[in-house]
Design a protein around this ligand. Sequence first.
Ligand SMILES: [Zn+2]
Length: 456
Amino acid sequence: MTSHVHPETSGSESALNSPVEIFSAEWILTVDQNDTVLTESAIAVQAGVIIAVGPLADLLRAHPSATHQHFDQSVLMPGMVNAHTHLGMTMFRGLADDRNLQQFLDLVMPAEAAVLREQSVSVATAAAALESVHAGVTTALDMYYFPDVVVAACDRVGMRVMTGTTFLGSVGPEGRGGSAQMEWTEQWLASNPARPGWRPVVAPHSTYLVSPEDLQLIAEIAQRHDATIHIHAAESKGELDSVLAQHGRRPVELLDHLGLLGPRTVLAHAVHLSDDELARVAATQTSVAHCPSSNLKLASGFARVPEMFAAGVAVGLGTDGPASSNDLDLFAAMRLTGLIHKAVTGDATVLPAAQVVRAATLGGAAALGLSESIGSLEVGKQADCICVDLSRVHTQPVYDPNSALVYAAGRDDVRHVWVAGQEVLRDGIATRVDEAEVTAGLNELRAEVLAAVASV
Ligand SMILES: [Zn+2]
């Protein structure tokens, strides 16, 4: 992976000699522990790290030789964290809509088996990373295949990705299954060890595809390598019934029994939790990736998100794959999160805008075990930062920037994106890849996907 995405150079001599850049904006959403919103303020960045946050005049005085950019009527905020996705599924966008989860999987999984290889995953993942940075996403937790290819494709665009090996309970697109998959996972995790700003991932798909025996082995491997466990859990009622019938336990109950709950585990969806399961998720410090768009589209149900927050669960927001929710848009996820749970609970005061912004940024970072290095604009953290234009008619006037972001703004309002201080989106245009080429590459996969589906 290229060095700029995960630089750990702060404090070194070369870092201290690096130029300082100061960014100011009408509003700065720090997403610190008090959700502080600053005005007439700025952040200073050096060697990819935030070295100061405070009044603009003070920062200019402290760093007289720094460059300075001001963003009028705009908000600077932490880059968003997509806490559950399958980036490479951009190639299946719009292929299997208006189906339930089982019907969706019945069509998509055989198509995947036919089409997925390094080259197709590389093209589709680069397109996903490009779409993501346009939407202000600077980090994604991915569950897919060919992890080295995924890391390289995201690096090409400039987005952080946390990924690793995926278990399906059968031979996957990489041609491995059983003990070969376990051995490869050991090797992959050993050669991609955890460090600040990066955590390797092991992703057993779900309790309905992966056996309890394999889940236990995976938990042990993850523990040995301090890896994140990323798993779908309690997504649909159908899943609940089938896992209960097959194993005599509900999905999250089964994961708890097998030792897979814990602070390194991210449960994607967690829609159908019993009171006991919710309590165990909280007690074990297990994280949840809430994916409202996918849950609505697949008619999966409504996750108990306000209760999760009340119980202290780290909740991040995810889009799920672009085949099941069709985009990688965390602005959509924020708006849905801010709206759905008010209607479901009958309480318009639940999930206020600042809490939703926090879930999309620091909440996701915490779920991924990265809250020490990303997720808020605070001194010492990586400069993963986005600038959102609130000057346009659909966001004016602005009384509260959090409210404008959740209830009025959209991904097209994202103007600038920095990852570790590197500008990967400048004035709405990607700086590191040719956008037309990436988009054309994605479209070129269409014929192959159609041929694969025809034979399903
Ligand atoms: Zn998923």
